[in-house]
Design a protein around this ligand. Structure first.
Ligand SMILES: O=C(O)CCC(=O)C(=O)O
Length: 257
């Protein structure tokens, strides 16, 4: 799926878009699974709007925006378990992270047509800091994503800036880091965008008449320990390839070595 030039591109730029990781049949399966989760959540007491708050948009604009964001999707639909350990994913991850790869968590991010929420620019690091920064996101595209429906935008090479101060609810000051500074990563359904958790990224509103559905999986090297006992959740710890070199019981309250 990728070669050493692609792996070098990721190392230098902090991101890599890989085309056709999933077939149209696999995408269709995930699309149906996403819709079932939305439907089931709507009937439960756990439904919510996960659109980010903050001061990056006027409050009256923010109020209108919607994001269906649910965590640990592979505990709800087997299509995502298959996607997370898909042979194409394993092949790519083992070149970007190393021979040993572990899941940290998964989530779906659905921006509905016309009122899909934006993500202000941020690094993922503050949400789940680790010692060696091996963590990366793999954003699986379920729909074609363009600037119009709020594709992900990245700042190439920004992972080399290290950890940056985030404000409020964990995003970068929008005056210094507007979404428009990003390189739009337009992609087709079935493509996967990989980016390191230090790479500055975000995405704009979906003002189109199409949804923008992505499933994002965070992966890490199992020898890269968390530095804070945060963002510990259900879906964590599954080995995707290789081995976990350290043997210890895997308990949520003992995540830090
Ligand atoms: O899917 C997107 O547009 C961005 C997601 C994101 O930045 C995140 O979940 O940290």
């Amino acid at each position: 799926m990728i070669n050493h030039v692609d792996a070098e591109f990721y190392k230098e730029n902090g991101y890599l878009l890989v085309k056709n990781v999933f077939s149209p049949v696999e995408v269709e399966e995930m699309k149906e699974a996403v819709e079932r989760i939305i439907h089931k959540a709507a009937k439960s007491k756990f439904d919510s709007n996960s659109a980010w708050g903050g001061d990056y948009l006027p409050p009256e604009e923010l109020k209108k925006l919607v994001l269906k964001g649910f965590h640990d999707v592979h505990y709800h639909e087997a299509a995502f378990t298959r996607a997370i350990v898909h042979p194409n994913m394993v092949e790519i991850l083992s070149q970007l992270i190393g021979p040993n790869v572990q899941v940290h968590h998964s989530k779906m991010l659905v921006k509905p047509p016309e009122r899909g929420a934006a993500f202000p620019m941020h690094q993922d690091y503050p949400y789940f800091p680790h010692e060696q920064h091996s963590m990366l996101a793999a954003s699986i595209h379920i729909d074609n994503a363009t600037l119009e429906n709020g594709c992900i935008q990245v700042v190439p090479g920004s992972h080399k800036e290290g950890t940056l101060p985030h404000v409020g609810s964990y995003y970068l000051d929008h005056r210094e880091y507007p979404i428009s500074m990003g390189t739009p990563c337009e992609a087709e359904a079935g493509d996967v965008l990989f980016f390191n958790y230090l790479t500055i990224h975000g995405s704009d509103r979906n003002e189109s008449d199409r949804p923008r559905r992505n499933v994002l999986v965070q992966y890490r090297d199992p020898s890269d320990p968390p530095t804070k006992n945060v963002h510990v959740n259900w879906g964590q710890g599954l080995m995707v390839c290789g081995e976990n070199p350290v043997y210890k019981p895997y308990l949520p309250d003992q995540m830090i070595n």
